[in-house]
Ligand binder design. Structure first.
Ligand SMILES: CC(C)(COP(=O)(O)OP(=O)(O)OC[C@H]1O[C@@H](n2cnc3c(N)ncnc32)[C@H](O)[C@@H]1OP(=O)(O)O)[C@@H](O)C(=O)NCCC(=O)NCCS
Length: 180
C-alpha cells in the first residue's frame, strides 16, 4: 500500500467534493434524518464550494492518496476558537475524513502525522476540533492521538441541533521531515 499525501489544488475540486459528500454520508447517514443530511450536504459540498475552499488562504487542504486513489482528506482552518480552547495560537482541524475501505489501516495515522507540521507551519500551536458526541470511532481515534476533551458546542446538521465535543491538543514542536 503506497500512501501519498499532498496539498490539494483547485483542479482537485470535483474529486474532493465527491469524496467529501461520500465520506460524510458513510459516516452519518445511518444516524440522522435524510432531510437534515440533504440540507447539510447541499450546503457544504459541491465542486464550486470545494474549489473556493481549495484556494482560500485561511484553509489548508491535505489529500491522501492510496495506490493512486483519493482515500481521504484533512482541512485546517483559521477560525475563531470556542472559549473553552485556551491554548496559545489555536488552529482548527476542521475536517478529517478517511473513506471506509481505508479505515483501520493506518491511513488516518499517516494523515494526522502530516496535519501537525502543516498546523505548525501556519502558526498554530494548539489544534482543536469538534466531533459529534455520538461518533465513537472518531473520539477513540483522537484520544489515541492525544486530544483531550475541553468542552462542547452546538453543530447544526440541517435542522438538528447536535452536540459536538471540543477536543484539543498542543501542536508538537518536533520537526517532521524538516517541514516545521
Ligand atoms: C475517524 C477516523 C479518521 C479514524 O481513522 P481509522 O483508520 O478508522 O482509525 P483507527 O482504526 O486507527 O482508530 C479508531 C479506533 O476506534 C476504535 N473503534 C472502531 N470502531 C469503533 C466503534 N464503533 N466505537 C468505538 N471505537 C471504535 C478502533 O478499535 C480504534 O482503536 P484501537 O486502535 O485502540 O483499536 C476514520 O474512521 C474516519 O475517517 N471516519 C469517518 C469520518 C469521521 O468520523 N471523521 C471525524 C470527523 S470529526
Amino acid at each position: 500500500m503506497t500512501i501519498m499525501i499532498r496539498a490539494g489544488v483547485a483542479t482537485d475540486a470535483t474529486a474532493l467534493a465527491e469524496l467529501a459528500a461520500r465520506t460524510f454520508r458513510e459516516t452519518f447517514a445511518a444516524d440522522n434524518r435524510p432531510g437534515d443530511m440533504a440540507l447539510h450536504i447541499a450546503d457544504a459540498y459541491g465542486a464550486s464550494q470545494q474549489q473556493r475552499e481549495l484556494v482560500d488562504p485561511q484553509i489548508a487542504t491535505l489529500l491522501v492518496e492510496v495506490d493512486g486513489q483519493l482515500a481521504g482528506y484533512a482541512q485546517l482552518r483559521s477560525s475563531v476558537a470556542p472559549a473553552c480552547v485556551t491554548g496559545e495560537a489555536p488552529v482548527e482541524l476542521w475536517r478529517f475524513y478517511i473513506a471506509q475501505p481505508w479505515q483501520g489501516r493506518g491511513v488516518a495515522q499517516a494523515l494526522m502525522r502530516r496535519v501537525e507540521p502543516e498546523a505548525y507551519r501556519r502558526g498554530g500551536r494548539t489544534l482543536w476540533l469538534g466531533v459529534w458526541e455520538r461518533n465513537e470511532r472518531a473520539k477513540a481515534f483522537y484520544q489515541k492521538h492525544g486530544f483531550l476533551d475541553a468542552g462542547s458546542h452546538v453543530f447544526m446538521l440541517g435542522t438538528d441541533a447536535q452536540t459536538d465535543r471540543i477536543l484539543v491538543r498542543p501542536v508538537s514542536t518536533v520537526i517532521f521531515n524538516g517541514v516545521a
